[in-house]
Design a protein around this ligand. Sequence first.
Ligand code: DPP
Ligand code: ZN
Length: 872
Amino acid sequence: PSAIFLKDYKVPPFLIDKTELTFDLDEATTIVTSRLHMRRNPTFGKSTAPLVLDGGEDVRLIGVAMDDYSLPPEEYRISEGKLIITATADKFVLTCETLLEPQNNTRLEGLYRSSSMFCTQCEAEGFRHITYYLDRPDVMSVFTTTIIADESRYPVLLSNGNEVERRKTDDGKTLVVWHDPFPKPAYLFALVAGDLAVKNDVFTTQSKREVKLQIFTETHNIDKVDYAMEALKRSMRWDEEAYGREYDLDIFMIVAVDDFNMGAMENKGLNIFNSSCLLASPETTTDDSYLRVEAIVAHEYFHNWSGNRVTCRDWFQLSLKEGFTVFRDQTFSADMHSETVKRVEDVSFLKTAQFAEDAGPMAHPVRPASFIEISNFYTLTVYEKGAEIVRMIHTLLGKEKFRAGSDLYFNRHDGQAVTCDDFVAAMQDASGVDLTQFKRWYSQAGTPIVTVTDTFDAETGTYRLTMKQDTPATPGQPTKLPLHIPIRVGLLDELGSALSATVDNVNSEDHVLHLISNEQVFEFTGLKARPVPSLLRGFSAPVKLRYDYTPANLLLLMSADSDGFNRWSAAQQLAVNELNTLIKQAIDGETLSVNSQLAHGFKALLSDVSLDPAMVALVLALPSQAYLSELANPIYPAAIKQARQYLKAQLANTLAEDFERVYREHSILGEYQATAEDIAHRSLKNTALSYWVETKDETAHRIVLEQFQSANNMTDQFSALSIAVNSQHEKAAELLAAFYEQWKDEPLVVNKWLMLTASQEHDAALTTVKGLMEHPAFDLKNPNKVRSVLGGFGQSMSGFHKEDGSGYRFLADQIILLNKRNPQIASRLCTPLTRWKKLQPELSVKMKTELERILSEELSKDVYEVVSKSLA
Ligand code: DPP
Ligand code: ZN
């Protein structure tokens, strides 16, 4: 397989003004007829280039005609999946008839079956698995879609836009025609057919148009869509208020399907969702999942403007729509709940998973320069780091100018397929802020390290911060240029009060410093004593910050900083420092011991009733094994597990009474509500219980059982179960069995059970996961189940990182098995193996051996790209 390069981009030689599709649906063989109204693209220049249409090996061509002249076989050819027609007019209608086998489509790209329905997934390059087409986002076309199907099995027939016709055919089938007036790229095409239940609602837009809202699911799930419907209406309102963006069609539909490679898809007017990202009920859905449903409903809805009305010119520009839309959904969730809590959660995720990606063999710029398989670039870098770039632009411009920039962007480019440069240009033109150097964030991979040192001159009352930036080399980018890094800073006195200081003639308690060189000095004047700096407030840039804080500094920031995010950040730093000491002891085979300063901080926190319980819970959560692995070099998995368990038990024993008290204080009674307030109480209560149970106190152990049995919501029941499993509660196995019995008919709950079971930390973890693969609840065809079991397993230090390498071998076997069936999922499963270079030497060689074994197989482009780059 070979790479495609951004620098080779050329406008398409042909355009497709209108696309008329007819689907004669059948499980075994579906016939698709397309009529493409095509012409040569005037901006391509004079050309006699042949017409080359994208297709797939799974598309069988029945016939092709040009302006109703059936082409004989010598006038076209098919090569490497592409249909090539040499002689074409300047303007013509191309008719293609293709045959598909939806029930044999296990890749879940193009048209496929999920349970009893038909559905599609076309992003990024799935449309070519339906018919021959110019399958690239800069070819935008007006679609009319006719669906013919058997009414009794497929009463609901949906596509993009508005339904314009419905009638019976001569042979008794139903025929429905949908027309979408907005030109769109093929990746936004969708079709759904099934016997589905529907929930209806209405939204009145700011200009007083009524939009019909519909959510479709299989009948047994329709009682679980109320929350998504409310979230949709909140999203529609928010996008009007925050961005002035109104919905444009008369109908907006969402369909839930069980088998889906991604979370959800923003097809124009017809979003298709993985049911795990749409369905919610108190009994079956945890708080985390509620918030996820809300965020993803919002995300896909927001794409209607940032992605659909203004789309990407080519797939290198993916972050144009994804980074921006993630930023939009993050801000939305912050507005709906708590800004600080949301920020901590997002940053925590970024620093764990995106930083790891940026430090590994698949590191790539937010706007990649090349790829072998675009599906591999739906990454944390494109999404989450991309969102951080937009957030930094927001910081640099300020709220009003940012809004002016986004208005200009949408107005200037409505109906166009554009680039990240176009986005930045609109921001710059509307604000007058020079973003020339800033743009390097799009092209330079790797996480910058910002090292800060300071001095204080008592005589002049001047405090100086010296900042250095350095971005480590990444594959293909040995040297790096300095970035424009906005660093938000405040200063505290020794009691924790905010200090005003003057920087560049501006006096304030909070400054945004512009680090633009490799090294720079910033002067704060007007100070009486040496301050404690609160650096990188709100995580104003996606960098690794290094400053030598004393434990006392960190305790001060943790208890007193006016920036809520940095209070959390200080606690995390303190925990990381203590954990690193313990990890080192574990590696060296010493007895673990630490004089924990964190305990003092936690004690104060647990008694401060003025704090948001959700924030307290976040501060109490020790850095995850995954985050500690990201920080470590090399990674000693067993030492990380041991250190973390040790510190948790220490803190639990020191603060047992506090944890018990907090558990009881935050136990809320009454009906379940997914409000920020109730979620916060549950979160703190369950965090407190997770510590308390570590004391081996009998009451705590009894309470875990009671909560498991009497909980009236999944958050509390599942928390009790997780706590039992993670604390190796003597009844853990019994509870796991009981939970499965209780929920075996609810696939989404079973997925959580699979994940928890597969990620357990114990000696038999590998045996357990092998058992799960044979369990009746498992299904290799369903991506959610594969992710639960194999994704869960990849997190287990004891199972995955078994000393003899058998955990790696097991995962490699599964990747090889899935490689042909579902390349996208197989490729995702490779992620934990891409970290081999960072592992302790004995494990590293074993992991590498497995990667080499995978590479010796005949591989899909997806898996080939990840594995070959990992070994390079
Ligand atoms: N559906 C995926 C998302 O919204 C890809 N566009 O991020
Ligand atoms: Zn998206």
